[in-house]
Design a protein around this ligand. Sequence first.
Ligand SMILES: C[S@@+](CC[C@H](N)C(=O)[O-])C[C@H]1O[C@@H](n2cnc3c(N)ncnc32)[C@H](O)[C@@H]1O
Length: 411
Amino acid sequence: MAEYMASSAYQAAVLEGTVGIIDLRLDTGTWRIAGRFPCFKGDSAIWIPFEPARGLKLVFGEGKVNHDVLDRLRGVESPALPRLYDVFDVDIEYTPPQGVPADEAGAASMPAVALVMENCQEGPRFYSSNCSVNFPHIEECVKEFARLQLVPIDDWTKLTNMVGGRVVDCQEFRHLPERYAFDDTGFDRPALKSYVDAFVDRINRHCVANGIKPSGPPTYQGFRFRSGYEIPGYSSDGLEYDSYRKLPFVPLQGVTGKRVLELGSNLGFFPFQAAIHGAAEVTGVELLEEEHGFARTLNERFFRFDNVEFLRADLLDFVAGVSKPYDLVLLLSVIHTVFPGYTQPELDAFFARMASITTSFCFETPVYYRLMPGGPEYVAQVLQRHFRVVRLVYVYKAYKMGQRAIFFCYS
Ligand SMILES: C[S@@+](CC[C@H](N)C(=O)[O-])C[C@H]1O[C@@H](n2cnc3c(N)ncnc32)[C@H](O)[C@@H]1O
């Protein structure tokens, strides 16, 4: 159906992973494209902007395209995503450049998925050299993911994945409504509500008895359910629960079939999210009895995930005893209370241990804050001593006195 003749420039581009020239002939009835075009090669796709407003993306490789999400996105107008006009399967007839024998040039024909998409135009970019995010577009994208109930690819904030503020690799997104509202259709809803009310009442009475002035609702993590019921949570901007606010920056797209650990798991929001995103085995470790009991009860009486466990332990003790490595460890807004300040040698020892027990690590910490006075650059330097890849994925205003930074690291 589609055919391209590889020029030698294109062949070089494929080999070097850069830009090339392509002779393309495509005739699907709807799309008739013929000519010589510049093309850009990514890890598993080639992008051919065949006209100023539109381009053709050829995606190679099994599992690199989620057809369900493409069906939903076709024709959708979104400031966060390129407009998708058409999707079809093609068999690429491949003509090797002159002088290259067919067997050396690779397969003469290969299947691909072709996407006709908006050719997003790159505007000015704002970023620091130490940062992978394109800040002006982030909030817009997050809103759009929630509106369309999407799970973005894990590295969606990487500069190369965003063109003109739009996330161009959306063919790998997933549609997962439960991410934005947990499915409570099978729950005993009155029992859930009375359990939460009793918890809130208990914590409130404890605070009054001990003269503690709460800075937010007694339930730190906010949960939303399909029925419309909500467990209210702490919101540092007064607009969104922090649990949902940090969710777009926690790499959950890739957890399918993986082992996930959260240290300081509070009411269990992120372990439950990992389970609905397809993790095989999830452990949440929480120090406080009430919070640990809440997460455990929520699972045993309502969610009933048999692959999620909640343990009551100090995270340092737990980490010291890990013998089987994890694929992903989450440590979100906890470490500043364990190691206040960044000067202690214990923190280096802790990150070294962390790098030895997990392949990937998602870390959130306050910055420019009383208990964590350094900025994101300083935290990145500390992490870089122990992790091969350290990527700052987001920074947001969280407390009156500081900001929070989220990092994603590979060991
Ligand atoms: C601010 S909350 C963050 C919860 C969750 N990680 C999130 O980002 O939504 C910190 C949680 O870590 C727990 N925590 C604090 N120190 C801990 C420790 N040493 N071991 C285990 N959990 C701890 C607290 O009890 C609390 O539930």
